[in-house]
Design a protein around this ligand. Structure first.
Ligand SMILES: [Zn+2]
Length: 457
């Protein structure tokens, strides 16, 4: 008599008829013991063999910020025929780590790093503000689109939340476009809308320079313009069209102002925790609490200078772990993500040297050392991509709920542009041909400028 009949399942009657009642009991006991042993063994084995990185097989790892397009501009003037993305560039004479301190990205290493979704960043330096920032940004959007189309087997342009997983399941990196720095909008809602039409899905409100309508983190606790009324209009238009609002790089005051007026969840595409390292690029605790209320996400930046404020030692992966755990402990696992900032900075922590290293970070988090929160597979999936997809979907839902609202037709007041340009040491309006400059009342503008300066003092 075998385990099949002992457990009440069908077995040929010519065998079971020889069984006595006692034999049945013994067999049931033995079989149950064997069954429990096998179940226990398989459960034990599966617990022991699961690694944090395995979470990246069941959900796409989405990184919020990669500046490779800027390196393409700096090194190759966006000439992609000279770029061999498909090769391991670790030791390349142009892209290798010994010759390029901000180069961390190529296709083989992205695949090794299990990257399933990536925001590619269209960035132009603050020096282009009030000049050719829009033109330069368009070039960067173009090179991102061309890069994606050049590698159709590996990259796919994605413009909505649902397609991230579709692209990833077909073995491609869901490639999304971001614009970093409100100066790329040139204070124009028209430009914002057209970026969206070109596939851009988040705009970082500032880079390191203030725009006429929002302050950058460089103002620390103070403010120059804060978020102006026109800045609020930009937020509302972003909500209306479904453009994600990225608060990395803005001042702490602007973070709060935006969180008070946005109707959709916000994101920090590449920022860490101010409570761990007091750099103003990081997110302070009161803002983190507001992010939880807003149902948004902070995608943690790996940049050595932002994660480790102790200059007497090098940054390590442990610093990044500390930032992730800090945010998780303060506001929960639903509001944290990954925004490495690869190719945008010149120093990465030991253990996270390039885009191939994300799986090591997930293994390390899963270890959940003493004093650290326990990371389950589901938690790791949220960190990797589920949280961001939720935020993206919520932004789309707000967009859909506002579909009956017409596009906003506001333009920024000429005197606000005047003051902002004067503050930058420029000759206001010198490079401008837009007709709103004709109506600028210089006397009013000068008076406002005095008032603004008083705020700064
Ligand atoms: Zn940045």
């Amino acid at each position: 008599m075998g385990c099949i009949s002992a457990l009440g399942m069908a077995e040929p009657s010519n065998i079971s008829k020889y069984c006595t009642g006692k034999m049945v009991y013994i067999n049931v006991a033995v079989c149950l013991a064997v069954l429990l042993f096998v179940i226990g063994l398989s459960v034990g084995l599966s617990v022991n063999t699961f690694k944090g990185r395995d979470a990246l097989d069941s959900t796409p790892l989405i990184d919020g910020h990669n500046d490779l397009p800027h390196n393409l501009y700096q090194k190759l003037s966006n000439n992609l025929s000279a770029f061999h993305f498909e090769k391991d560039l670790r030791n390349d004479v142009v892209w290798g780590s010994t010759v390029c301190s901000s180069c961390y990205t190529d296709l083989p290493r992205l695949i090794e790093g299990k990257v399933g979704g990536q925001f590619w960043v269209a960035y132009t330096a603050c020096g282009s503000q009030y000049k050719d920032s829009v033109q330069l940004t368009l070039r960067q959007i173009d090179v991102i689109r061309r890069l994606i189309h050049r590698y159709p087997a590996n990259l796919q342009l994605v413009t909505d939340a649902a397609d991230i997983e579709v692209a990833w399941r077909s073995g491609k990196i869901a490639s999304m476009i971001a614009v970093e720095g409100g100066h790329s909008l040139d204070s124009s809602l028209a430009i914002l809308r057209l970026y969206y039409d070109l596939g851009v899905r988040y705009v970082t409100l500032t880079h390191t320079c203030n725009t006429p309508w929002a302050d950058a983190s460089t103002v620390n606790d103070g403010y120059v313009y804060n978020l102006t009324e026109f800045g609020q209009t930009i937020i509302h238009e972003m909500n209306r069209i479904g453009m994600l609002i990225d608060l990395s790089h803005v001042s702490h005051n602007v973070m709060k102002e935006v969180l008070a007026v946005t109707r959709a969840p916000i994101m920090f595409s590449h920022s860490s925790a101010f409570g761990v390292c007091g750099n103003y690029r990081n997110v302070p605790d009161d803002v983190l609490h507001a992010v939880k209320k807003n149902n948004g996400i902070v995608m943690v930046n790996f940049y050595s200078v932002f994660v480790n404020c102790n200059t007497s030692r090098n940054a390590t992966m442990q610093d990044v772990v500390d930032h992730i755990n800090y945010i998780r402990n303060l506001i929960g696992v639903d509001h944290v993500g990954i925004g490495g900032d690869y190719d945008g900075v010149n120093s990465m922590p030991e253990g996270l040297e390039d885009v191939s290293k994300y799986p090591d970070l997930f293994d390390r988090l899963y270890e959940s050392r003493e004093g650290e929160p326990t990371w389950t597979k589901e938690d790791l999936e949220k960190l990797a991509g589920r949280n961001f997809i939720r935020v993206f979907q919520a932004v789309e839902s707000v967009r859909d709920s506002l579909s009956s609202e017409p596009p906003r037709e506001d333009i920024i007041a000429g005197d606000e542009l005047y003051i902002a340009q004067k503050n930058e040491g420029l000759n206001p309006g010198a490079c401008q041909t837009a007709k709103e400059w004709n109506g600028v009342n210089v006397t009013d503008a000068e008076q406002k400028e005095t008032r603004t300066k008083r705020h700064q003092a």
